[in-house]
Design a protein around this ligand. Structure first.
Ligand code: NAD
Ligand code: MN
Length: 342
């Protein structure tokens, strides 16, 4: 690639404060990356209240036809039903077929620690159907097949991730003791991945474990070191990754990418945080790490490593931290500290 075209969709709330921080970080990488071209794109609940559209057609088209990757901020989806509104991030994941959400939760090791106390990845199934539609959907031929197809692809991704890690362990998170049809299918499909013809032999070194979701949360808090790659249906993965974020200090640190076979979109795990919006104190590190994760997915490992090292340094040093991490710094102070370290 001679240029890297990145769509930026800050959307709502602190998304508009942290996506510019991620952009500045990418721009500071210089010759480690091809020439960068950014496209500012609209989406969100604010946009919906102003224009009646949460996800303009143009945003989807530019992403599909004019971008190599994207960064999404956060959207404010009201809990009450609003006529005509549906979440643009959910729609985007579908439009772009981003069937897996990859959420590394890693603590920053202190100087005395050899490795991070928490170092796991939650791989979350990323399409709505799994939990919006219930087990009955699996009774119909089309519903069941559609899910199975997505699930297989996504789980291969979990295995690919595990393969690249020292421990090479995938833990299936499920509740198939109760939801034997849906979660049972999930569990069986993951277990069947190493036997898939197209990957024969490839995952022989990956160990498969499993855990019922409720006890998985319990054990996550007591002994996070037992987990390596956790693969979960959409809803469990969503809840587990927010819970895991508490273990590493703040939601403001945890990045993700929405990934499919042909596109990747970075997105901090946190939401639009209306309680701190507009105060200039949002932690930009989750968004910055999401940019690094996006680069990693595009195979710019060195650039991603530089960002992660700079972020880890800033967290470890503890001089420039936003209030969610117990500091007094503003978003911009943290960004400046990262840029200096790059
Ligand atoms: P939230 O993640 O926005 O915030 C939860 C808590 O964490 C808040 O106290 C917030 O201040 C804090 N926090 C989150 N990110 C932070 C950061 N970067 N720096 C410092 N503090 C941070 O969750 P919520 O409050 O339950 O939801 C708010 C809105 O966000 C809702 O409308 C919800 O629908 C939406 N949401 C969107 C996404 C998404 O866009 N993918 C994800 C989750 C929630
Ligand atoms: Mn969430």
């Amino acid at each position: 690639r001679s240029t890297l075209r990145i769509g930026l969709i800050p959307a709502d709330g602190i998304g508009r404060e942290v996506i510019p921080a991620a952009r500045r970080t990418l721009e500071a990488l210089g010759s480690d990356l091809p020439k960068l071209e950014f496209r500012d794109l609209l989406a969100g609940f604010d946009l919906f209240t102003r224009t009646g559209t949460a996800l303009p057609r143009e945003t989807v088209e530019v992403l599909k036809e004019g971008c190599d990757a994207a960064l999404f901020g956060a959207v404010s989806s009201p809990s009450r039903k609003v006529a005509g509104y549906s979440s643009p991030i959910v729609a985007l994941r579908k439009e772009l077929d981003l069937y897996a959400n990859i959420r590394p939760v890693v603590s920053v090791a202190s100087e005395s620690e050899e490795r991070p106390a928490v170092d796991l990845i939650v791989v979350r199934e990323n399409t709505e159907c799994l939990y919006v539609k219930q087990e009955s959907l699996t009774q119909t031929a089309s519903g069941k097949e559609a899910r199975a197809t997505r699930l297989i692809t996504e789980r291969t991704m979990a295995f690919e991730l595990a393969l690249a890690r020292p421990r090479k362990q995938v833990t299936i998170i499920h509740k198939s003791n109760v939801l034997s049809v849906t979660d049972g299918l999930f569990r069986e499909t993951v277990r069947a991945v190493p036997q898939l013809l197209e990957v024969a032999g490839r995952f022989d070194s990956v160990a498969i474990a499993e855990q019922i979701v409720d006890s998985a949360v319990y054990r996550l808090f007591r002994e996070p070191e037992i987990y390596d790659v956790m693969v979960a249906p959409n809803l469990y993965g969503d809840i587990l990754s927010d819970a895991a974020a508490a273990l590493v200090g703040s939601l403001g640190l945890v990045p993700s990418v929405n990934a499919g076979d042909s596109f990747v979109m970075g997105e901090p795990v946190h939401g639009s945080a209306p309680d701190i919006e507009g105060q200039g104190i949002a932690n930009p590190l989750a968004a910055i790490r999401s940019a690094a994760l996006m680069l990693r997915h595009l195979k710019y490992q060195d650039a991603a490593d530089r960002i992660d090292a700079a972020v880890n340094h800033v967290v470890r040093e503890g001089q420039f931290l936003t209030p969610d991490l117990g500091g007094k710094s503003k978003t911009d102070d943290v960004v400046e500290a990262v840029l200096r370290r790059l």
